[in-house]
Every structure is written in C-alpha cells, then in structure tokens.
Design a protein around this ligand. Structure first.
Ligand code: ACO
Ligand code: OAA
Length: 370
C-alpha cells in the first residue's frame, strides 16, 4: 500500500454539484463567471441544492423559507452572550451551530425532507449567529433579521442595524456566490466523511466549520488581512515579501491544490478590490495587494487564490478582520449542505487505509522494566 500525501489527485467519490475541469469552475454545469455576473446568492443556493436554476416561483419559495427561518432560538443567543471574551468568531460559530442542534426537534430525523428543512435553517441562521456574536462581544444587543431581506442584505444589516448601501450588498452577493462551493475541498470533504457514518447534518457542519477555520483553508483570508495590516504601506511591501520568500515562509492567499494556473474566482475579487478600495479612499490596499501578487507570482509562480483579494474587499466593506472566515462559512454553508444531502442520498462509509510506518514485532513490557 502506498499513500498519496494529502490525498492529492485522489478522486474520492462522484458528485454532480460542482466541477473544476481545466481550471474552469462550474456549479451545476454553469461557469461561475456567469453566476457572478448575473445571479443572486439565493439562486446559487437553489442551484447547488437542486442541480438547476430556480424558476421564479421556486426562487420566491426559497427566499420566503430562508427569510422565515433566519431568527435563531433565544437560548442559542443567550449561550452566545455568555461565551468568554476574546474567543475567535470561528470557534464561536462552531459552538453556536452545534447548539442549534440542541433546539431543533428534527435534529435526529434522517429523512430527505427533514434534511432539506435543516439545510434551509442552517443556511438562514448562520448569518444571524455571526452578526449576533459580532455585536454581543461588544456589549451590543443583536439585531433581528428581516424576513424579506436577501442573505447579503440581512447580514450587513444585522451587523450594524443600519441599511447597507446597494454597492455593499451587490459586492457581498458576488463574494457569497464565488465562495459557495468548491467540490471536495477540505471542509466539504470533512463534512462528507462525518455524515457518511449516518450521523446528523449538524455534526457534519460542525466538522466543516472546524476544518474551514484553519489558515491553509478558509482561515487564509483573515491571515491575508493580518499581513496587509502588518505591512502597513506600499513602500514596505518589497522588503516584507523579499524576506518571506528568502525564509521560504508561506505567503497566505497564494497557491492552490487544484489550480496551478490561477484561481478563476480571484479575478473577480481583484476587480472588486480595485473598485471598493478606491471608493473608500484607500486605494493603497489594492496597490499593496497587486505588488505582493506581482512579486509572489513573478518569483514563485504561485497565483492568488480566492482568499487573497477577498481580504481587501472585506476590509473595504468595513467588516472586522476576524469575521472574514465566518463570512466564508455563510457562503460555504450552501455547498456543505448540498454535499451532505448528496452524500446521504448515495451513502457509503468513507474509510481509507493507512500506510503503516511504525515499529513491528514489539512486545508488552511491564511498566517497571521500561
Ligand atoms: C479557500 C482555500 O482554501 S484556498 C487556499 C487557502 N490557503 C492559503 O492561501 C495558504 C497558503 N497556501 C498554501 O499553504 C498552499 O498553497 C495550499 C495549502 C493552498 C496548497 O497546498 P499544496 O497543494 O500541498 O502545496 P503545493 O504542492 O502546491 O506546494 C508546492 C510548493 O509550493 C510552496 N508553496 C505553496 N503555497 C505557498 C505559499 N502560499 N507561499 C509560499 N510557498 C508556497 C510549498 O511550500 C511547496 O514548496 P516546496 O516544494 O519547496 O516544499
Ligand atoms: O478547493 C480547495 O482546496 C480550497 C478552495 O479553494 C475552496 O474551498 O474554495
């Protein structure tokens, strides 16, 4: 038995949700470029869950279901209020989503219909949990979701209690679409491994959140923002990147297991970064990002991934840096739930083998003779 490090190139199962072929990313066979240009995030959620774009009445039904399910149980909010000061929002989200299960009477019901209803609740309630946490850690009361708002609009509204601008909602909607799914990325795979034991959907999502949190995966967007903050100004980029490259340190937001020739989502975020940083009067954030990009791409041949330019986009939208990965989770909740439902529909336990490299022919030695 020979192991494939990091399962690189291993095809783990069939899936009809999302494809990456020759560097082209599609959801349900539709290029994400078309979706980013024309779709709403809710249309994409429907597409991932059903395999086709919704007709008008189907979209209206989904929007109504999401709106009606956006409020979270008071007990869960009280729990969030009592989380210790200083906890990371991804740790808070992991715990809050787990506690949602405790108050969901259908948590253990394993029918297709119940899992679909739970997917709606998870999708609708995740933005509410994150916004509530973001406010309560500052001693502010949570803002209740509005049932007639889209997910992008509602999240931005619940963070501040103020109506978000049309530009912010539009940009956030595109960011949500771009992050929605990515076939067997680490967090989605973790979710599928978890539910393949036929445990409940909440357990699968908790695994996924814990996996997305890591800086080699979703946590990279927060790390990119920290890097931009640490560098501070355009004139310091060269020295900073030079030292990182010389030390062979990882530069966050670059490289990808699947895309060796560039991440098709990055161009959208790059353009949004250019426009939004200019609009808020901080074009230097974009210029710094481009300079980092030019150096890393030029010298290492590593291209920016989805996390790189999303950092300056989210900074421009006035979002707090440690909320960047939870925001990724809002979007990816659509993909995670789609994959979990697909896994349940054609399930087989996921259980690979290990290539054992430890000692052999050992014997038990009593403790006083070791
Ligand atoms: C939403 C997402 O999850 S997108 C990914 C987000 N993660 C990041 O941005 C973190 C930084 N990037 C990385 O750590 C990696 O590129 C990963 C984890 C994304 C992919 O990892 P792998 O597929 O295992 O790496 P890969 O085989 O492409 O690496 C090849 C070489 O490039 C180097 N490399 C890869 N990424 C980077 C980077 N960001 N900075 C510097 N060097 C890098 C590796 O150290 C390795 O060098 P070596 O051969 O001298 O040891
Ligand atoms: O696919 C991956 O390995 C990581 C990624 O880009 C994503 O999850 O969006």
């Amino acid at each position: 038995m020979t192991a494939t490090r990091g399962l690189e190139g291993v095809v783990a199962a069939q899936s009809s949700i999302c494809s990456i072929v020759d560097g082209v990313l599609c959801y349900g066979g539709i290029n994400i470029d078309e979706l980013a240009e024309h779709a709403t995030f809710e249309e994409v959620v429907y597409l991932l869950w059903h395999g086709a774009l919704p007709k008008r009445d189907q979209l209206e039904t989904l929007q109504k279901q999401l709106g009606e399910n956006a409020a979270v149980p008071a007990e869960v909010l009280e729990g969030i209020r009592n989380y210790p000061q200083g906890v990371h929002p991804m740790a808070a989200l992991r715990t809050a989503v787990s506690s949602l299960a405790l108050y969901d009477s259908e948590a253990q019901v394993m029918t297709t219909e119940a899992n679909y209803r739970k997917s709606i609740r998870l999708m609708a309630q995740t933005p509410t949990l994150i916004a509530a946490f973001a406010r309560m850690r500052k001693g502010l009361e949570p803002v209740a979701p509005k049932a007639n708002y889209t997910i992008a609009q509602n999240f931005l509204y619940m963070l501040t209690g103020e109506e978000p601008t049309e530009t912010a909602v539009k940009a956030f909607n595109v960011a949500l679409i771009l992050h929605a799914d990515h076939e067997f990325n680490a967090s989605t795979f973790a979710a599928r491994v978890t539910v393949a034991t036929l445990t409940d959907i909440y357990s699968g999502i908790v695994s996924a959140i814990g996996t997305l949190k890591g800086p080699l995966h979703g946590g990279a967007n927060e790390a990119v923002a920290a890097m931009l903050t640490e560098i501070g100004s355009l004139d310091k980029v060269e020295g900073y990147v030079r030292q990182k490259l010389d030390n062979k340190d990882k530069i966050m937001g670059f490289g990808h297991r699947v895309y060796k020739d560039g991440d098709p989502r990055a161009k959208w975020l790059k353009q949004m970064s250019k426009e939004l940083t200019a609009q808020i009067g901080r074009p230097e954030l974009y210029e710094m990002s481009v300079k980092i990009d030019d150096m890393v791409t030029g010298e290492k041949g590593l291209k920016p991934n989805v996390d790189f330019y999303s950092a300056s986009v989210y900074i421009s939208l006035g979002l707090e840096i440690d909320l960047f990965t939870p925001i990724f989770a809002i979007s990816r909740m659509s993909g995670w739930t789609a994959h979990i439902m697909e896994q349940y529909e054609n399930n087989r336990l996921i259980r690979p083998r290990a290539d054992y490299t430890g000692p052999v022919n050992q014997h038990y030695v009593p403790i006083d003779r070791r």
